[in-house]
Design a protein around this ligand. Structure first.
Ligand SMILES: [Zn+2]
Length: 255
């Protein structure tokens, strides 16, 4: 069974048919979905989904886009809600210097606070990183994020960066980008990272893999990403499914 390690099924683009989509996802062989929250409202909707569906788990945290609108009191709330059995990670958290929706200093402050929270709670972190490679590596090191580990979702860095992250107790998550015709960096990363440190994800409704680019993404399309990884690695598709699911279950402590 597949494990989609990063999805946003609470997104409004699923408002019309969320239940139908999730049913088809499960029936297609995706046995686990981690839904990642991004702001205060989506923490609630993520928890709701994880309570409604056995196979949906929750990551709760504040995305760098939204830190400017968040109040630090939410950290206490995240700590409290993290006691719920389906909450398996803090996320998504990180830095985004591509969009710069929140001031960079504030993004860094929130990342540091949420890494601290995750260490206190002994939960792994789900990290979003766009055009902020150096600052994020500096923070991973200075905050000793190695202690709690986690995953860099939709990884966009170099092989060199991936190797530093592997040394710091992180997994590398691969999404639909690896199937794109112009994909180069992530293909090299998939070649270099040992299978037992790879996760797969959709980041749906975004990042739909080839040959479905342009459509709304969901986890039924993730098999295309897995097939591409298998091709790059020269391994059986079944084996990639088995290993990446085991990796995710280990990381998120799911029995
Ligand atoms: Zn995401």
């Amino acid at each position: 069974m597949l494990f989609d390690s990063h999805a946003h099924y609470d997104d409004e683009r699923f408002n019309e048919d969320r239940d139908i989509v999730l049913k088809s996802v499960y029936e297609s062989g995706v046995g686990y979905v981690l839904n990642a929250a991004s702001d205060v409202a989506s923490i609630d909707s993520t928890l709701e989904l994880s309570e409604k569906y056995d196979f949906v788990y929750a990551a709760i945290g504040i995305h760098p886009h939204n830190v400017e609108k968040a109040e630090t009191g939410v950290l206490d709330r995240i700590a409290e809600l993290s006691k719920r059995p389906k909450v398996v990670a803090i996320g998504e958290i990180g830095l985004d210097y591509y969009y710069d929706f929140s001031p960079r200093e504030l993004q860094k402050k929130w990342l540091i606070m949420q890494i601290g929270l995750a260490k206190d709670l002994k939960l792994p972190i789900i990290v979003h990183n766009r055009d902020s490679h150096q600052d994020i590596l500096d923070i991973v090191k200075s905050e000793n994020a190695k202690k709690t580990g986690g995953v860099f979702h939709m990884f966009s860095g170099s092989v060199e960066m991936a190797e530093i992250l592997l040394d710091n107790n992180f997994y590398i998550s691969v999404g639909g980008v690896v199937t794109f015709n112009n994909a180069k960096k992530i293909v090299d990363v998939v070649k270099a990272v040992p299978p037992d440190r790879l996760l797969v994800e959709t980041d749906c409704p975004y990042m739909t893999p080839v040959p479905f680019r342009g459509r709304r993404n969901d986890s039924t399309y993730m098999i295309n990403t897995v097939r591409k990884i298998a091709e790059i690695k020269g391994m059986e598709v079944e084996r990639i499914i088995e290993i990446t699911t085991k990796n995710a279950k280990d990381l998120f402590n799911i029995k």
